[in-house]
Design a protein around this ligand. Structure first.
Ligand SMILES: Cc1cc2nc3c(=O)[nH]c(=O)nc-3n(C[C@H](O)[C@H](O)[C@H](O)COP(=O)(O)OP(=O)(O)OC[C@H]3O[C@@H](n4cnc5c(N)ncnc54)[C@H](O)[C@@H]3O)c2cc1C
Length: 388
C-alpha cells in the first residue's frame, strides 16, 4: 500500500493552497449573506479546477476522483460557500454531462463549465420526496422528437443562476424506480422558473424550481427510464467529494483551534498548555486522519465511479466527524467561536450540510448494514482490505 501523494498531486494542492490563503479565506465571510462566490470561482477557473470533471477534448483536466478530493479538501479548509460552489461544477452534474450526454450537448456546455462561465445545478429533491427517489413525481413525456417536462423540485443549490439544470425525472410516467431517468433543461426554457426561497445556516440560498410543461429536444433526455443504477453510480463519486469538503472543513477548524490555543492566554499561560485543550487537539487530529484514510481509499477504489460501499462509509464517517471536530474547535475558541467573525463558526455551520446532501447518513447506513449482513463471508469474516 502506497500512501504517498505524487509530485503532481502535491503541486496541485500547493497551487490551490496559495489561492486559499490569498483569495478564499479572506473573502469567506462575504458569502454568509447568500451571494454566489463568483470572485473565488474565477480564481478556481483560472487554475483549471472547474474543469476537473471535464474531459480533455472539451478543455478540462479529466482528473481522478482522488485528485478532485484533494482539491475540494483544500478549498473546504477556508470556505464552505466556495467549496459547495466548486462541488457544483466538478460533482455529479458535470459527471452525468461528461459521461452520458450526446456529443453536441457536451460540446455546447462542457468548455463553459471548465472556464467558469457555465453554472450547473442538479435537481433531485421534490417537495414530497427527497431520499425517496422511486416516488419522484416530475415527469418527462416523449412526444415525437420533443420532451415535455412537468413537475417541481426544491432545496436546489444555485438553480436561480444556473445555465443548465440536470433533472432527475420519471420518463413517460413509468412508475417506481424503473421509471427514473435524467433530462437536461437550459436556462431560459419557457415554463422554467427557479426562485431562491430558503436561506441556509451555511449562508447559501436553496431554490424552488418549477417545470411548467417545459419543452426540450429529445436529445436532452440524457438517460431514459431504467437508468437509476447508472445515476446512482455517478453519485458514488459525489459521495467522496461531499466527504472531501467535510474533511477540509474539519482540517480548517483544527488549524484555527491550534492557532488559537497558542495565542490565547488564561491563568497566565497559553490555553494550549492545558492538558484539557491538548487532548481536544489530539482527538480532533485522530478523527481527521481516520477519516482521511477511509476517504482516500474510497476515492481510489474504482475508476471514474468509486466502490459504492466504501464511498458510503467514507461519506458517513467524514460527515459526522466534521460536525464533531468543528464543534470542538468552536469550544476551543470560547465565546468568540460562536461569532461570524471567527472562521470556526462558519466551518461548523457548513459542516452540518454534509450528512443531509448527496445521500443522508441514515440511508447510506441502511445500505452498508444491508450489504454487511447479506454479504459477509462467515468463514473469513472481516479481514483485510477486500473482505467485503
Ligand atoms: C446545503 C444543501 C444543499 C442541497 N442541494 C441540493 C441540490 O442541489 N439538489 C437537490 O436535489 N437537493 C439538494 N439538497 C436537498 C438534499 O439532497 C435533501 O435534503 C436530502 O436528499 C434529503 O431529502 P429530504 O430533505 O426530502 O428528506 P427526507 O427524504 O424526507 O428524509 C427526512 C429524514 O428521514 C430519513 N429517512 C428517509 N428515508 C429513510 C429510510 N429509508 N431509512 C432511514 N431513514 C430515512 C432521512 O435520512 C432524513 O433524516 C440540498 C440540501 C442541503 C442541506
Amino acid at each position: 500500500m502506497d500512501f504517498q501523494l505524487t509530485d503532481e498531486q502535491r503541486e496541485m494542492v500547493a497551487t490551490v493552497r496559495k489561492l486559499r490563503q490569498k483569495v478564499l479565506a479572506p473573502n469567506a465571510i462575504k458569502w454568509l449573506n447568500g451571494d454566489f462566490p463568483y470572485a473565488s470561482m474565477k480564481g478556481l477557473a483560472d487554475i483549471g479546477v472547474l474543469g476537473m470533471a471535464v474531459p480533455h477534448e472539451y478543455g478540462g483536466m479529466d482528473a481522478s476522483v482522488l485528485d478532485t478530493v484533494l482539491v475540494l479538501e483544500e478549498i473546504g479548509k477556508a470556505c464552505y460557500a466556495t467549496a459547495l460552489a466548486a462541488l457544483g461544477e466538478i460533482g455529479v452534474q458535470a459527471r452525468i454531462l461528461s459521461n452520458y450526454a450526446p456529443e453536441h450537448l457536451k460540446r455546447k456546455f462542457l468548455s463553459k463549465v471548465a472556464d467558469g462561465t457555465g453554472i450547473l445545478a442538479i435537481c433531485l429533491t421534490e417537495p414530497d420526496a427527497g431520499t425517496d427517489v422511486p416516488n419522484y413525481k416530475t415527469n418527462s413525456q416523449v412526444v415525437g422528437d420533443r420532451v415535455i417536462v412537468k413537475g417541481a423540485k426544491t432545496l436546489i443549490s444555485r438553480a436561480d443562476i444556473a445555465d443548465v439544470l440536470i433533472v432527475f425525472t420519471r420518463v413517460n410516467s413509468v412508475p417506481g424506480a424503473a421509471g427514473i431517468g435524467c433530462v437536461l433543461v437550459e436556462k431560459g426554457t419557457p415554463g422554467l422558473t427557479a426562485k431562491a426561497s430558503y436561506h441556509t445556516m451555511g449562508g447559501e440560498y436553496l431554490c424552488d424550481v418549477v417545470f411548467d410543461s417545459c419543452e426540450v429536444p429529445l436529445d436532452n433526455l440524457i438517460l431514459r427510464e431504467n437508468s437509476m443504477k447508472t445515476l446512482l453510480n455517478a453519485f458514488n463519486a459525489q459521495r467522496c467529494l461531499n466527504a472531501a469538503v467535510c474533511l477540509g472543513l474539519a482540517e480548517g477548524a483544527l488549524e484555527e483551534a491550534i492557532r488559537y490555543m497558542r495565542d490565547r492566554k488564561a491563568f497566565g499561560q497559553s490555553i494550549g498548555d492545558f492538558q484539557g485543550m491538548r487532548w481536544k487537539a489530539a482527538d480532533m487530529y485522530i478523527e481527521i486522519e481516520a477519516a482521511r484514510g477511509l476517504l482516500y481509499r474510497a476515492a481510489v477504489s474504482g475508476g471514474k465511479f468509486p466502490d459504492r460501499k466504501l464511498a458510503a462509509m467514507a461519506k458517513i464517517y467524514c460527515n459526522e466527524m466534521a460536525i464533531r471536530v468543528t464543534s470542538e474547535a468552536v469550544q476551543v475558541h470560547g465565546g468568540y467561536g460562536y461569532t461570524d467573525e471567527f472562521a470556526v463558526s462558519r466551518l461548523f455551520r457548513g459542516a452540518r450540510f454534509g450528512s443531509l446532501g448527496g445521500g443522508t447518513t441514515e440511508t447510506l447506513r441502511n445500505f452498508v448494514g444491508q450489504h454487511l449482513v447479506k454479504q459477509m463471508d462467515l468463514t473469513t469474516g472481516i479481514s483485510g482490505l477486500n473482505a467485503l
